[in-house]
Write a protein of this length. Structure first.
Length: 242
């Protein structure tokens, strides 16, 4: 079965192929001028994969199967609002949500029935950010590359539910538990993308986004060190201008 990233890329390629005949048509140089817009709403669907560069990620990778960052790659959803400042620059307000899940088991231990000792891990990361958005070419261009950068807050939740080994007791008993930790971290991001206007008020776009954020684990994960919340995202979506 194709991976989440592959499915997103296939969908993105399809959108771009459908848009190319329209984008190739001659356009009025003032057709997409910023002075016609008071705002722009953008909605996207993508694939997010965590970086996995922190003590927590290294620990679970060493102890459990299916605990690589790629095992937590999953769909992401997001929305942006662009407030134009001039022909080439806008302020971008963004919000997004991602949830990754994986079922892991101990690498070197089985229970007394020779079955794997499993638990489920869920990582939720949301965001609320503000940044600067730069249109590289004039708005009248048929295909419009852009870059943006910004920062903000990243609410998160980490959960592990299932069977674990108590290494503090000589008999290594297995117990069932539910572990939780949550908080809000501060971070920043950068992105590059490509806009394809379809009409004066509607278009499609594709972009890659890189996020950097980190939290210190507390609650049920006290002592597990840092949790890297950053990652790489590939997304495609629709834009409405007014």
């Amino acid at each position: 079965m194709p991976s989440t990233r592959t499915r997103v890329m296939i969908g993105l390629a399809g959108l771009l192929v459908l848009a190319l005949p329209v984008a190739a048509q001659p356009q009025d140089p003032h057709y997409h001028s910023y002075q016609y817009y008071s705002g722009e709403l953008r909605l996207h669907l993508g694939s997010f994969e965590p970086n996995g560069s922190s003590e927590y990620w290294h620990s679970i990778h060493n102890d459990f199967t299916n605990a690589d960052p790629s095992d937590f790659q999953d769909l992401s959803f997001g929305a942006d609002y662009l407030f134009p400042l001039n022909e080439h620059m806008s302020i971008i307000f963004s919000g997004s949500w991602y949830e990754g899940n994986s079922t892991s088991s101990y690498r070197n231990y089985l229970d007394d029935q020779d079955n794997r000792i499993r638990h489920d891990t869920t990582l939720d990361v949301a965001s609320g950010t503000v940044g600067l958005f730069l249109h590289i070419l004039p708005r009248g261009a048929a295909i419009q590359p852009y870059v943006a950068a910004g920062g903000g807050i990243y609410p998160w939740r980490l959960e592990e539910r299932g069977d674990f080994i108590d290494f503090g007791r000589p008999t290594l008993p297995i117990f069932h538990t539910h572990l939780n930790a949550s908080g809000t971290a501060f971070g920043y991001y950068g992105l590059v993308g490509l806009d394809v206007p379809i009409t004066r008020v509607f278009g499609i776009y594709a972009e890659g986004r890189w996020t950097w954020a980190e939290a210190t684990l507390k609650d049920d994960f006290e002592g597990f060190g840092k949790l890297d919340l950053g990652g790489r995202e590939i997304a495609a979506g629709f834009a409405w201008r007014w």
